[in-house]
Ligand binder design. Sequence first.
Ligand code: HEC
Length: 185
Amino acid sequence: MKNLKVIFSILIFSTLISCSKNNTKRSIQYMSDTDMYRPVPYEAYAANPNFKDGLSSQPPVKGTIARGQVPYDYPNTNEGYDAAKLKYKSPLDSTKINLKKGKNLYGIYCAICHGNKGDGQSILSEREKFNGVPNLKDREITEGSIYHVIMYGRGVMGSHASQLRDEERWQVVHYVQELKNELSK
Ligand code: HEC
């Protein structure tokens, strides 16, 4: 009983002082002058003494890759073409290859020159707007070389790297191989 009285008095006392008016002052703030508490903002294009070149806007760190992008290390040279032809392999196994998707994309981006069958008979070659579109069956192509040509183009054919994402390029590659097989029968 005595104990209970003591506990009660402490409780009431602490309740009273916690409500006293004097307690509205701010307490001590540690590290109050550091940048961690108050960061210094810099405008994107304004001067910034923290970098060697004195600019706020810095290029991405070397080796940075945009989300979803796959680096392609073969250069746009004859050697690069030959190396890709030999070594660059599709990451898609047979369960991921989607010929329907490949056909669709080929129809959008390639058939206008190469023709629906890949034999070079297309509206543009018929009208002699684009000469020299090959019949795919006459070209020695591999999955790596087709990917390389999609990346950089070849001769009068332009690059299609910006139209197609990595996986889409491979879907087109597999469809082109299918067309070549059909043509070679
Ligand atoms: C503007 C017309 C045009 C378009 C569009 C085009 N090509 Fe071509 N393509 C050509 C021509 C012309 C060549 C022959 C280039 C050469 O060998 O000089 C060629 C060559 C090729 C070759 C053979 C390259 C080799 O290694 O011998 C492949 C494979 C190919 N194209 C795939 C594609 C694919 C896939 C697309 C669509 C993503 C495409 N092309 C879109 C005109 C085009």
